[in-house]
Design a protein around this ligand. Structure first.
Ligand SMILES: [Zn+2]
Length: 250
């Protein structure tokens, strides 16, 4: 009898891990098709031109965002900030500064929820509430969206399409939210960059996230990529880039 129970237990473990593995594979395969399924809505990278887009998520705050803006200003680099509605409402002056200095603002939901576990009405609310805050502060309606954790599904993408948004994930992950030292943040970015790259970094986080590495790495990242011949552009500039006229600097 005991042997049979153990046997059953083994079989159960084997079977459930098989199902989990299959679910993970099919989810990944399905997720990777979103660019084909929603070509006008969802992007992970730009066309293969010598341009890259720096993107900063989860802000604005008063700790890291101003430091990042100072560096971008000094280096004459324009970037894209995917902001949270709740943070925008707390720091409207930072939203106005980001826009005034020529950067693009995108919607990153109101309070950073995982949209793929949300109902249609909650998804709509997260997008619309953030949009309302941004319109109230800046008079501009954002057209760009990044889902928290990059998590989208057909329901999220359909809602975004109906609301007139384009969703942008990334092709280069700095992993900076893990409080990494500048050297590693820099390495993570520089090793992955290719023409048309969309680079994910953060300009704010929770109290456990130390983004000092992001700030310290930024000047070096910019200098190195400029030397490699890249231009820094915003998301709309990258995705609308003319692929015929842009070449690497020799
Ligand atoms: Zn985020």
């Amino acid at each position: 009898m005991r042997k049979t129970i153990i046997h059953h237990a083994y079989f159960f473990v084997f079977f459930t891990s098989l199902i989990t593995a299959y679910a993970a594979i099919s989810e990944k395969a399905y997720a990777s098709n979103y660019e084909e399924q929603f070509p006008h809505v969802f992007k992970r990278h730009g066309p293969p031109v010598y341009k890259v887009a720096l993107t900063f998520d989860d802000g604005p705050d008063l700790t890291y965002t101003p430091k990042i803006l100072n560096i971008l200003k000094r280096e004459h680099v324009k970037a894209t900030f995917f902001v949270l509605g709740v943070h925008a409402a707390c720091h409207p002056e930072m939203i106005r500064r980001i826009i005034k200095e020529g950067h693009t603002i995108g919607n990153h939901t109101f309070d950073h929820i995982n949209l793929i576990h949300s109902t249609r009405s909650k998804i709509k609310w997260e997008i619309a509430a953030t949009e309302q805050v941004l319109v109230r502060i800046s008079g501009q309606t954002p057209k760009w969206f990044r889902a928290p954790y990059g998590n989208v599904n057909p329901l999220v993408l359909t809602e975004l399409q109906q609301l007139g948004y384009r969703a942008v994930n990334w092709s280069v992950d700095s992993n900076d939210w893990k409080s990494l030292p500048a050297k590693i943040v820099k390495q993570n970015i520089l090793q992955q960059v290719k023409p048309g790259a969309i680079i994910l970094q953060h300009c704010a986080g929770n109290e456990k996230e130390d983004l000092t590495g992001t700030v310290r790495a930024l000047p070096d990242v910019i200098h190195t990529l400029k030397k490699r011949g890249y231009q820094f552009v915003t998301i709309p500039q990258l995705l609308n880039a003319d692929t015929k006229t842009v070449h690497a600097k020799k």
